[in-house]
Design a protein around this ligand. Structure first.
Ligand code: C2O
Ligand code: CU
Length: 509
């Protein structure tokens, strides 16, 4: 099925209204339901899952330090929209098929409200997972302005729940950001980019059978899923009309496994001003921006003097990344049309300086951990990815101390890049370095084969997800806290996360 490009206007998700607000807290209620929505004009309406009747979910906007309380409720049907694989951890036949739990990605949150994968709940809280602690989640938002997102995190079906539509933006704002005079209001647009495929009848396609299915089981997990269309804010290949002026875009890769390398076909620069964790020190002009699943880039694009131009946002990242098949590339994302008249003089700026970025020093670390990313095959001959050779159920091995700083060596022994995400904290990327994988596999020693590579310019800011490339050691540094308790770290390619490439960890006192 071939869908026309640029025939649907880009939707902008609504901003969620609080139920009430008092001097201490802001209260929200967010309900998950199944409904039909038009994802492309040539497609029948598609059954999706969303928050508050919207896919993507409404944008939650909070102020830095604002105490927010959210009751997430599940009103989804008992049967899943997509094929569940019952051989995958946490999704066996002994649990209800439709389970949900919400995680605010990149937020510093107490463990009981962090959306632990086994803290799931079913419709009306009828059944809950073994780690369920509370119905109403609390977010203190003690963070600087940044681009976060919320999404489902249920053990064994995260890939299906997010693919069905359970994701939305969560933006933290602060005073310092407002002083910068960035493009705002209607000139600030969040863009969640996701790949999907469709059946002829307009329903979502997700593979039932991979090449190596499990005998006797109709459905089975695929190593990665790549869709053949790109959706932005829930529309396939949309267009956006803009004025000839500056715009701020929050780019979020909300795809299951696809990486993007974005580029404007006009050849103009994209000015990146922020990373996962907030504003950078200086903006950087980029010809292309690479985003792994779950990564965000806060950018400004200037359309001044481009009246009448149509600009296409392109992608040329192979899938899987970085050495995947060229036929898996979907090269178009959306079109931007500079067709609107300039409403008023553009006084917003691309600041020359935004805020200090104090570099963490390796000397401040009290512990180093060597952690491998491994590729194995399971008992059915399917590909399975692990962290440090362990699955989800193995005893916990990472117990960082609250307030302590650690350096993690992500030693990638696989052929793919993996976006590694750690809950609770933001980290800095120290460096990357090529090493000899064969020697490591035999002797467990790192023999470097290349020079130390500094983080990419686009990574010189606070991060919560880092791309660990094949044949490289990626080093990150972070201080754990302020909360103690049980969290997770994992690969954010959802097919990997759902099939053992996720580990619990505990911040101890
Ligand atoms: Cu975006 Cu553990 O998640
Ligand atoms: Cu992975």
């Amino acid at each position: 099925m071939i869908l026309s490009k640029f025939v649907n206007e880009l939707p902008i998700p609504p901003v969620l209204k609080p139920r009430r607000k008092d001097q201490f807290h802001t209260y929200y209620k967010v309900n998950m339901t199944e409904f039909k929505q038009s994802l492309h004009i040539e497609l029948n309406d598609t059954k999706v899952w969303g928050y508050e009747g919207s896919y993507p979910g409404p944008t939650i906007e909070v102020e830095s330090g604002e105490k927010v309380v959210i009751k997430w409720t599940n009103n989804l049907p008992a049967k899943h929209l997509l094929p569940v694989d019952y051989t995958v951890h946490g999704a066996h036949l002994d649990v209800p098929e439709v389970r949900t739990v919400v995680h605010v990605h990149g937020a510093s949150v107490e463990p009981e409200s962090d959306g632990y994968p086994e803290a799931w709940f079913t419709r009306g809280f009828k059944q809950v997972g073994p780690y369920f602690r509370k119905k109403v989640y609390q977010y203190d938002n003690n963070m600087q302005a940044c681009t976060l997102w919320y999404h489902d995190h249920t053990l064994g079906i995260t890939r299906l729940n997010i693919y069905a539509g359970l994701a939305g933006f969560y933006l933290i704002r602060d005073h310092r950001e407002r002083l910068l005079n960035l493009p705002c209001g209607q000139y600030e647009i969040p863009l969640i980019i996701q790949d999907k495929s469709f059946n002829e009848d307009g329903s979502l396609f997700y593979p039932r059978q991979p090449e190596k299915p499990v005998p006797q089981l109709e459905t089975s997990i695929v190593p990665e899923f790549f869709g053949n269309t790109i959706l932005v804010n829930g529309k396939v290949w949309p267009f956006l009309n803009v004025e000839p002026r500056k715009y701020r875009f929050r780019l979020l890769n909300g795809s299951n496994s696809r990486f993007y390398r974005f580029k404007l076909d006009s050849g103009q620069l994209i000015y990146q001003i922020g990373t996962d964790g907030g504003l950078m020190e200086y903006p950087i002009g980029m010809k292309e921006i690479i985003l792994a699943p779950a990564e965000r880039a806060d950018v400004i694009i200037d359309f001044t003097n481009l009246e009448g131009k149509n600009i296409i946002l392109k992608n040329d990242a192979p899938a899987p990344f970085p050495d995947g098949e060229p036929e898996n590339v979907v090269d178009t994302v959306m079109e931007i049309r500079v067709t609107l008249p300039l409403l008023s003089i553009d006084t917003s700026v691309i600041p020359s300086y935004m805020k200090p970025f104090p570099k963490m020093s390796e000397q401040s670390a009290s512990k180093e951990r060597h952690l491998t990313l491994d590729e194995k095959s399971d008992k059915y001959g399917r590909e399975i990815m692990l962290l440090d050779g362990k699955g989800w159920g193995a005893p916990i091995t990472e117990y960082p101390k609250v307030g302590s700083t650690e350096v993690w060596y992500l030693i990638n022994l696989t052929d793919d890049s993996h976006p590694i995400h750690i809950h609770l904290i933001h980290f800095q990327v120290l460096d990357r370095r090529a090493f000899n994988v064969e020697i490591y596999k035999k002797e467990r020693v790192i023999q470097y084969t290349g020079p130390l590579m500094p983080p990419e310019p686009q990574e010189r800011g606070w991060k919560d997800t880092v791309n660990a490339n094949p044949n490289e050691v990626t080093r990150i540094i972070m201080t754990f806290g302020p909360y103690t308790g049980l969290y997770v770290w994992h690969c954010h390619m959802l097919e990997h996360e759902d099939y053992e490439m996720m580990r619990p960890y505990i911040v101890i006192r």
